[in-house]
Write a protein that binds this ligand. Structure first.
Ligand SMILES: [Zn+2]
Length: 323
């Protein structure tokens, strides 16, 4: 996807940042905070491109100078992107040290130096500490951009040194208009956006994979277990050949959505305990421990059924279908 201008729902954030640049007050470290699927990475890449552009046109990069060409090709020497090797892996202390060394050198093109840590949630505690020194002693015309979905996981010492740009779920009308350009029909766009909980980039991703059908089937299993219409074992069987981390995330979203709809009855300790349990399962699936998915899913669904039993009517998820 070409990075040219701020997306319709990012205009306000973008204009704020451009104002900082025009006033020569761009913060040395910027934390782009918000759920996944809202285009934080896109925004960070646009900002990097804009800073490294040699002939900016108002609030946009020119898209044709040497700086823009190098950024587009992914080999601008003054843009340093630090990412984990694979999704779910950490960014180690060595990567942060290398980044700091490069930021301490003069810019190759004589302008800005931009670092992008994507996502900052992947920094270990040690690598966050290593980054602190760079955040405390910034060099001129340098900015460090960090994306974060789980911002509370970053040490306060890091968070407090960053300027925060917050991304919220955009109004439905804006998202739909954007997704329709990628969808076969407006109804498909609408369907994908609903499954993606209103997050445009996630909806776009879902459109390409038809994964949203799988998600709605998965949610049906959760509902059936909650109504005692299906056994936890069958539900676990359904999860077998799937991307387990993805399923866990869907389960977490499913719960969170329903808790938000009825805080008085559902925002209670047994629900939190169950929520934590699923979150732990997420770590197992991410770890190399080679877990047995069938067993883990059986346990999750058995616990879920126990939770539904314990809470009786108060936990009637099925009355709160939002899709
Ligand atoms: Zn340019």
């Amino acid at each position: 996807m070409k990075v040219r201008e701020a997306l319709s729902w990012q205009k306000e954030n973008w204009n704020g940042i451009v104002r900082h640049i025009s006033n020569h007050r761009l913060p040395h470290a910027i934390l782009l905070v918000g759920n996944s699927g809202l285009g934080k990475q896109y925004f960070a890449k646009l900002l990097a491109k804009y800073l490294l552009c040699l002939k900016r046109v108002g609030v946009l990069p020119c898209d044709s100078c040497k700086g823009c060409d190098l950024t587009r090709a992914g080999n601008h020497p003054d843009l340093i992107i630090v990412e984990p090797e694979k999704t779910g892996k950490s960014i180690g202390i060595e990567d942060v040290r290398k980044l700091s060394d490069r930021l301490n050198k003069t810019a190759h093109q004589g302008g800005w130096k931009v670092a992008l840590i994507n996502p900052a949630d992947s920094l270990t505690l040690h690598s966050s500490n290593a980054l602190l020194k760079t955040l405390e002693e910034p060099t001129r015309n340098t900015t460090i951009l960090m994306t974060s979905q789980f911002v509370w996981r970053l040490p306060n010492t890091v968070r407090s040194r960053c300027h925060r740009v917050v991304f919220n779920t955009p109004p439905k009308s804006l998202s739909l208009k954007w997704i329709e350009q990628f969808a076969e029909s407006p109804s498909k766009a609408q369907e994908a956006l609903a499954v993606a909980d209103g997050r445009p980039f996630l909806a776009k991703h879902l459109l390409g994979t038809h994964i949203y059908k799988h998600r709605s089937e998965f949610e049906k299993w959760i509902t059936k277990v909650s109504r005692f219409e299906a056994s936890p074992l069958d539900a676990a069987r359904f999860c077998q050949s799937s991307d387990h981390v993805q399923l866990v995330d869907w389960f977490l979203t499913y719960l969170a959505k329903r808790v938000q709809q009825d805080l008085a009855k559902k925002c209670v300790p047994p629900v939190f305990i169950f929520y934590d349990k699923i979150f732990r399962a997420r770590s197992w699936f991410l770890s190399k421990a080679n877990p047995n998915p069938q067993l883990i899913w059986e346990e999750i669904f058995l616990d879920f059924r126990t939770l539904c039993l314990k809470m009786g009517k108060d936990l009637d998820w099925s009355n709160n279908q939002t899709e």
